[in-house]
Write a protein that binds this ligand. Structure first.
Ligand SMILES: [Zn+2]
Length: 558
């Protein structure tokens, strides 16, 4: 592009002034840019960025404008910056009563019980369904574990515990057995999505999970908040008729009452459920449910932008960055603040992917990577990773040509840190790429500390992993430079307890986004390196996703 003479003069004068001004710390400059993005995306005007709302339109327009302003290309081969994601939205209104030990227990909706029906029908009714306690509801042949032991639960109401069976180490019963369900770490068997999938496969009528804050990884308010609102799923030909009719949760306190009403001690049954010889227990009790659904179809959108690779023979191969743009919207039933601003979750990740896109766009032509980079701002993560699931099922470029997904969900807010945590440490060679870059910067890659919370299954990289694409997802480090040793931990715990998925997830006065900038820079360098490397990232031997990738790549020359 030719620069007009007058403008060139202004630019030169600006450059001279900048040279005289004190050098601004590049991390601080990046932090300032990211904070500016977060201010916009988490503002009340964006109404919590729920899919299918005015907030979606504002968000999609904002991201599109930013990506195209950086000079990136439309990421969809149809020439647009969006990928349509057809979904259904369902607001469920549940009731339930349990005939237990001669009494009828009716849990308080939202305070003790919450349920939805993901079947795309106006209502479901389940009458006098026998109640069975199925322990952790896990069928895991590789661990020789089956909580059902052939019990027929068709048409029944199955009650399950959250997380994996906590199997004690035979050598030291104070610890968990590392050989069973990855010890303290959560496997997919521990996730609530798995529990309902298993109940559906077994033909149960209803599945209720007993909520416990520690094992679930979040307090009851998070469950009640997200399940009480509109819930979304991808549009399927059968309207999800194969899913269990009622999917719900009970509070621990209510479950204790129900268990003791049926003549059982909750803690004793919970302990029994951690044993391989556990068998489902018939409560000799009956459950009756109704769920009425308000249903609408909507087309939400992923935003997608592309930096074309410099090598014509390799620009058909992609490194993907993903970060969800959506959050929980607004809840008109709340008194006072009704808007879930989602500043940390995930306006900050949106700012991170934009900052990474900016770094790529700013590369000189000779520095551009050989392969292409795809920036994927996905929708409906909060509703079960739907935008990324849709992409993984309907990729715009073949998954066999997709080297890796690098996902961002939240970023460091406590300031620059020495460490970066990897969620799912040891899964893939992407760890080695990150560790090398960090080492050069005097930093360190460490395994995730809070592995029991199942973070690996809780953000968009998981949808890529599930189909076999090596994926990488970090959690912010806890070792904050220049702060007391417990500062990072304090900020993290404070967020989980007070702000995660609450209306108070807003910009805080103490935020220091230089750490976010530093971590975004790590992810930028990773993508740059991968997109120019001779070898492809690989799952490591023993990783549960490796066989998927191997099968995908067999017969797919690259
Ligand atoms: Zn998130």
């Amino acid at each position: 592009m030719r620069i007009p003479v007058e403008l060139a003069f202004v630019l030169a004068a600006g450059a001279a002034a900048a040279a005289q001004a004190p050098q601004q710390d590049p991390a601080q400059a990046a932090a300032d840019r990211m904070l500016a993005h977060v201010r916009v995306l988490s503002s009340d005007e964006f109404e919590g960025r729920a899919p299918g709302t005015a907030g979606e339109l504002l968000t999609v327009n904002y991201l599109t404008r930013e990506y195209s302003g950086l000079g990136l290309l439309p990421g969809n081969p149809d020439g647009t910056f969006v990928q349509d994601v057809p979904m259904v939205g369902i607001v469920s209104t549940p009731t339930a009563s349990f005939a237990v030990g001669g009494a009828t227990l009716a849990p308080a909706i939202l305070n003790e019980y919450i349920a939805v029906s993901r079947r795309v029908v106006p209502s479901v009714d389940v009458r006098d369904s026998e109640i069975v306690f199925a322990g952790y509801g896990v069928v895991a042949p590789e661990y020789g574990w089956d909580d059902f032991k052939g019990a027929d639960v068709r048409g029944k109401t199955v009650i399950m515990l959250i997380n994996d069976p906590p199997v004690p180490d035979p050598k030291d019963p104070t610890k968990l057995d590392e050989a069973m369900f990855k010890g303290k770490a959560m496997t997919y068997y521990g996730r609530w999505t798995y529990k309902y999938e298993e109940a559906s496969a077994k033909g149960a009528a209803a599945c209720l999970i007993v909520h416990e804050t520690g094992p679930a990884g979040y307090p009851w308010a998070v469950v009640a908040g997200s399940w009480g609102r509109e819930n979304f799923s991808l549009k399927t030909p059968d309207g999800d008729a194969g899913r269990v009719a009622v999917e719900g949760w009970l509070t621990l306190a209510f479950a204790r009452r129900m268990f003791s009403g049926a003549g059982f001690d909750f803690d004793a049954l919970k302990a029994a459920a951690a044993r391989r010889d556990f068998r489902p227990i018939d409560f000799k009790a009956k459950a009756t449910f109704s769920v009425s659904n308000r249903i609408r179809s909507l087309a939400s959108r992923n935003v997608v932008a592309k930096l074309e690779g410099s090598d014509p023979s390799r620009r058909g191969e992609y490194v993907i960055y993903s970060a969800h743009w959506d959050h929980l919207g607004r809840n008109p039933r709340l008194k006072g603040d009704q808007i879930f601003n989602g500043a940390a979750d995930n306006a900050l990740g949106c700012a991170g992917i934009l900052e990474i896109a900016r770094s790529f766009a700013g590369l000189a032509p000779a520095e551009r990577p050989a392969r292409s980079i795809l920036f994927l701002s996905v929708t409906a993560e909060e509703q079960g990773l739907l935008g990324s699931e849709y992409y993984a099922r309907n990729p715009l470029y073949p998954l066999t040509k997709t080297l890796a997904d690098i996902n961002i969900d939240g970023l460091q807010r406590a300031g620059p840190s020495r460490d970066v945590e990897v969620v799912g440490y040891g899964n893939s060679t992407l760890d080695d790429v990150a560790a090398g870059i960090l080492r050069d910067a005097g930093r360190v890659l460490v395994p995730e500390t809070d592995t029991e919370k199942g973070h690996f299954y809780r953000s968009d990289h998981f949808e890529f992993a599930k189909v076999g694409v090596p994926s990488f997802y970090t959690n912010s480090g806890l070792d904050i430079i220049g702060m007391p040793a417990d500062y990072g931990r304090m900020r993290r715990d404070e967020y989980v307890a007070n702000d995660y998925h609450k209306v108070s997830d807003e910009i805080k006065p103490w935020w220091d986004l230089r750490g976010a900038a530093q971590d975004a820079d790590l992810l930028f360098r990773m993508g740059l390196r991968i997109a120019g490397a001779d070898s492809w990232p690989q799952w490591k031997p023993g990783c549960e996703f490796k066989s998927r990738r191997d099968a995908m790549m067999a017969g797919a020359p690259h």
